[in-house]
Design a protein around this ligand. Structure first.
Ligand SMILES: [Zn+2]
Length: 79
């Protein structure tokens, strides 16, 4: 069993293989989204500004992630 700390919430992630952790290096899709959001906010250093096309791509990616997150939460509520 290997461990790593989620860079967002610092929670310990335990896994045997990377394939067990689809959101690696994050503990969850939520933290992955937070990271993406920070990156867009400019909290992270970006070597150049994103052009309009790239921004749209990132926005679409976030929308898709949020949609999937909502769907997975719905799935869990059925357990
Ligand atoms: Zn996390």
């Amino acid at each position: 069993m290997r461990t790593a700390a989620c860079p967002i919430c610092k929670k310990t992630i335990r896994f045997e293989r990377l394939s067990d952790q689809p959101f690696f290096p994050f503990c969850s899709e939520r933290c992955k989204l937070v990271d993406l959001g920070r990156w867009i906010d400019g909290s992270y250093t970006i070597s150049r500004e994103l052009n309009e096309e790239e921004l749209e791509m990132v926005e679409e990616l976030i929308e898709e992630q949020v949609r999937r997150m909502e769907e997975s939460e719905y799935d869990r509520s059925e357990d």
